[in-house]
Design a protein around this ligand. Sequence first.
Ligand SMILES: *[C@@H]1O[C@H](CO)[C@@H](O)[C@H](O)[C@H]1NC(C)=O
Ligand SMILES: *[C@@H]1O[C@H](CO)[C@@H](O)[C@H](O)[C@H]1NC(C)=O
Length: 508
Amino acid sequence: MSPRRRFNCARSASVALVASASLVNAGPCDLYAAGNTPCIAAHSTTRALYSGYSGSLYQVKRTSDGATTNISPLSAGGVANATAQDTFCEGTTCLITIIYDQSGKGNDLTQAPPGGFDGPEANGYDNLASAIGAPVTLGGHKAYGVFISPRTGYRIDKGHGTATGDEPEGMYAVLDGTHYNDGCCFDYGNAETSNTDTGNGHMEAIYFGNSTFWGSGAGDGPWLMADLENGLFSGLSPKNNANDPSISARFFTAIVKGEPNHWSLRGADATSGSLSTYYDGARPDAKGYNPMSKEGSIILGIGGDNSISAQGTFYEGVMTSGYPSDETENVVQANIVAAKYAVTSLTSGRKFTAGDSVSLQATTSGYTDRYIAHTGSTINTQVVSSSSPATLKRQASWAVRTGLANDGCFSFESIDTPGSFIRHHNFALLLNANDNTKQFSEDATFCPMTGLSGDGSSVRAWGYPTRFLRHYENKLYIASDGGVQTFDATTSFTDDVSWKVTNGFSSA
Ligand SMILES: *[C@@H]1O[C@H](CO)[C@@H](O)[C@H](O)[C@H]1NC(C)=O
Ligand SMILES: *[C@@H]1O[C@H](CO)[C@@H](O)[C@H](O)[C@H]1NC(C)=O
């Protein structure tokens, strides 16, 4: 026997597989397959997860005419063709309607149906994500992640090839470690087929956020935990695992895997370094978790019963058949690092500069004498001109500030009421004093972009990228084109959300 072929069986498959020439350009799912734990679901809007995959990554639907298109990689195994999306969606809004399963098992994720916890749309279905909420680059190529606002969710009820009962499985997801909340539950993984809570052990999914209702880790969060149903677990103790760290990485690799009476949590910065194990041990010592009763649905952005209060961003993720070895996951992490995720601009069009004073003029025909102003705490449009009283001019002038929740976007502070900012609340815009909460910061952060009508700038809500500053009956809302609210009406939408930005009527 030649020395080359003398493989020691105890050596991990992954050592062999990284040495194998055919896996030099491998995708994550090629690596899982080489470890004998193949992907049975592979979801990503940013890149192909198999070296040979050149099929559709996701589908977008544009509001202007209801047409859909599929977005594919630039080349087999490559990054998504973001230009195809940008071209298709120019001058209108687009939603992500399908996240295709690259594994060939048919586990495509679509708009999540109503569940034990009802969705917000008229028919009870969850919202779909904006196609532009999470722009990034991979190796310098632009791509878009899935920005999940509260009430947004994707699902396939009857998964194909997913683990059921106590069967072993693994999963990873690359997430935005800075986009989270404490609502239930920003999940990716295995859940109930009925969209209802069917009891302990009926789920096994990645959770990311700072909910402390069930469990928590070290520090203030956010944490990676496992949603095993009726509990987010950071380790053996249902309450706390001090080895489960707070996450601050902008791009975060999250791993959950489980097999009979054994499960693990692992994580890493998705742009550098290797995985750490936060927990590796027995199932929770409570009825229902050993053995597990996994059902095999797949969810993204919601809880198993369709709980819709959470937010987060998903870039890519897979689920496997079988319990992946740590070694296989380590080479998958190396592959993710090599994909070179990086941030990119959240804005486009007219340049906004912190410190400037601006006024925003309506461009809708018949309303062009009106500017965004406020009357007390109500944000409205008012007729303003250079000969208006100084008081009104100040009410219609806004100091541009670095975005309170994201420094890639902006906040608008009142010139006549310093310390108060434009923020949205129940989709209406208000002028409120900054209370320095995470909620306020997020509700007061807006991302300007080239005007949807082709004129001026449109300004989307950072936390709800399907929604733009819109005047409707002379009041201001964050509106989505063709959404369920009256102020979401399609008529004159693109004009109503396009603003001519001028120097402020008043600068102090
Ligand atoms: C990307 O999409 C654009 C617009 O649809 C298209 O013209 C171009 O050929 C695509 N690029 C590749 C490499 O397929
Ligand atoms: C989650 O984090 C935010 C921001 O730090 C904080 O305001 C909120 O209270 C935290 N939630 C919990 C449940 O600790």
